[in-house]
Design a protein around this ligand. Sequence first.
Ligand SMILES: [Zn+2]
Length: 378
Amino acid sequence: MHRALFALPVLIALTACTSGGDKDGGPNVETAMTEGPLTTQRGSIVTAQNGRALVPIELTGDEVSFMVTAKSDTYLSLEAILDENGEQVVNWKDWLSSKSTQSLTSAFYIYGYDSIVNWPVRDVDRALNAGTWTAQFTATDENYRYVNDVLVDFVVQTKTDDNLDEGVVKVRLVWAEGLDNRNDLQQAVEGALSRWSEVWAAAGLTIEVTEVSSDLDPELTVDSVAPFPNDEVDYGGADDDVTVVIGETINGTRGLFGQSGGIPGTLVSTANAAVYISWLTNAGRDGEFQEYEVLLLGETMAHEVGHYLGLFHPVEASYDYYDALEDTVECTSWSKCESELGENLMFPYPLCSLTDCEPQGGLTGDQSAVMNLYTGAL
Ligand SMILES: [Zn+2]
């Protein structure tokens, strides 16, 4: 049973030529940049030239990371990021070729009606210079053909941060209807939040949790292609928090522990702006939390929100696909991977017997760096 279901979607290569050059109209920036360690600026742009939307990112040189969230009413994916000189710093073709065995960001996937990139992803990707950077998104239809003249709304967020060894992540914990009235669940989640805090402390990260009641159906539903094309799911959250929904099940199955709305997920409202947690799957067959299952719930939350902050599994359960980090080994078999990476928080599934689970809270230095570079870790 996989803890996280953010499976790699079917990837269809875009083969049409991508001529550069003029676009029909420039972006329309609608709001002034807010001030503080986290800035937020909203705007919109119409796609042209092979479905392209070129989102400008104004940097002063003080920023350590930025996040761009693009959303539309058709599929969006990231093609490239260009620096202040127009040089490409990353291109999807280098990561989605048939030879690539590593994942960097789900922004490249043609997965939903939103696309989110946080840059830099890793320590080795660092150095943001002053000037206008560009995030180049592409709009495609359900047949993976480029679509022009589509309105793309974008949100550019930047952060300044003197200390990338520690940070605070604001978590908006949303209870599905009626679940927060149950003492057993309240207690289990309290214990789980404590385990989550303990695990993330190794990365220097603290969580600040605000709990919210809701009338959401406890049977959470997620569609792998375009989860909620017309709905926005951060349930009234602010532009600096991560939404985590506690439900009973995800898609009615007891095989799913949790699911992240992206790798990374966004801080603003889109159709995928949440992490979903199934309390029932984490509580095991009898549906009652034993002590080890409370720890498992905490590790599930820490794992899923780890995805949301940009972490991939160090190895996928096919044992031939990896994250893009140097200090997580590239193991090649079921037995080797479980022994070499089984204690890592981001291992793709929990290692449990009928009465216990192995502690699974380890984070490497490179993983901690990815989490601290997330624009919402302040
Ligand atoms: Zn996972």
